[in-house]
Design a protein. Structure first.
Length: 332
């Protein structure tokens, strides 16, 4: 299946930047889109809720201005992430603003809602739903999602536990539409690997945490640079949903990373990340791919580096046992 134009026509690299609690705001999103990848942010990052309208207007205005000034390198589209779990009391109000602004891409998480999909379709937008296993993927498509984000083991923040190879294969056995892959992708070769495995686009989050435009403190950014895969802890304690977090931030908050109790799923609450005493603000999310992050860069510099690595991987012959072959990414 050919990708919808909105997911392909204005991209310099086949990447969607994942929405990150606290870290993703207008500055990061605009920089990502100007660099030629799809930028995104969680609606819940706009606090108070009235700020969401301002953020949407700001992003639209800055991206339009960039495209007008750079017609040969137009800005990529942007996306807004909606937590559709019943604990999100802002959902209806935020969806009204999204419809008024005609947000081109909506990413839904923690439950598939048919009425949300219909609302986005009413003005011509598309919905990508993130899933951690095949059962959820089938439900999302049955309820009208246009595409899927396979959140595999190693992804930052809320994440699944399945191998990306297993998850992609199960979904691709029946779904031929837009498919993104998330999970420890922080290098251009990994972006290409996601395509070769069967995804259309890579979903990259943690690599942007150390950029100048990310809305996190200097200590968080430095911990990303200093840490590697072994410094990531998988736990559901902090939000009720399993996720990956930086070991150093867990220790700083007074917890023992090796002896974290399990939380009841009923403890889920995403009404406002700032209300939590620990999650996102004090316990810092991160994926396992951060070993590839070795310094602070601008978004433009990071995307350029990913592009160079992607092109190098694409041009590198790989051994096949008897001869060599060039890598050809799957198109879904």
């Amino acid at each position: 299946m050919t990708l919808p134009e909105i997911l392909s026509s204005r991209l310099s690299l086949p990447v969607v930047a994942a929405p990150m609690f606290i870290a993703s705001g207008p500055e990061l999103v605009v920089a990502q889109c100007q660099a030629g990848i799809i930028g995104s942010f969680p609606a819940l990052n706009a606090r108070p809720s009235s700020q969401l309208a301002d953020w949407l207007s700001q992003i639209e205005q800055e991206l339009t201005a960039h495209t007008n000034q750079n017609p040969l390198a137009p800005a990529a589209p942007y996306a807004v992430n909606q937590i559709v779990h019943r604990s999100n009391k802002r959902l209806d109000a935020d969806m009204q603003l999204i419809m008024e602004q005609r947000v081109p891409i909506v990413i839904t998480s923690l439950g598939a809602r048919e009425e949300v999909n219909q609302a986005v379709h009413s003005y011509g937008g598309i919905v990508l739903h993130d899933v951690i296993h095949d059962q959820f993927a089938r439900k999302a498509i049955a309820k009208g999602a246009d595409g899927l984000i396979a959140v595999a083991a190693g992804a930052g923040g809320h994440a699944g536990a399945l191998s990306p190879f297993a998850l992609i294969r199960e979904i691709r056995a029946w779904f031929k539409g837009p498919l993104l892959l998330s999970g420890a992708i922080a290098h251009g070769a990994s972006v290409l690997a996601a395509q070769v495995a069967g995804a259309d686009l890579a979903y990259v989050g943690s690599a942007f945490l150390a950029t100048h435009e990310a809305n996190v403190g200097a200590e968080y950014k430095q911990m990303i640079i200093d840490s590697g895969a072994s410094d990531i802890v998988y736990s559901n304690l902090f939000t009720g949903v399993p996720g990956n977090y930086l070991r150093g931030s867990i220790e700083r908050a007074g917890f023992d990373p090796e002896n974290l109790p399990r939380s009841e799923p009923s403890a889920m609450n995403f009404a406002d990340p700032a209300d939590s005493a620990v999650a996102w603000r004090d316990i810092w999310g991160s994926g396992q791919g951060i070993g590839a992050i070795v310094g602070r860069l601008s978004v433009q510099e990071l995307v350029a580096r990913l592009r160079q690595e992607y092109d190098q991987a694409l041009a590198t012959p790989i051994p096949t046992g008897r001869t060599t072959a060039m890598i050809t990414p799957a198109l879904g």
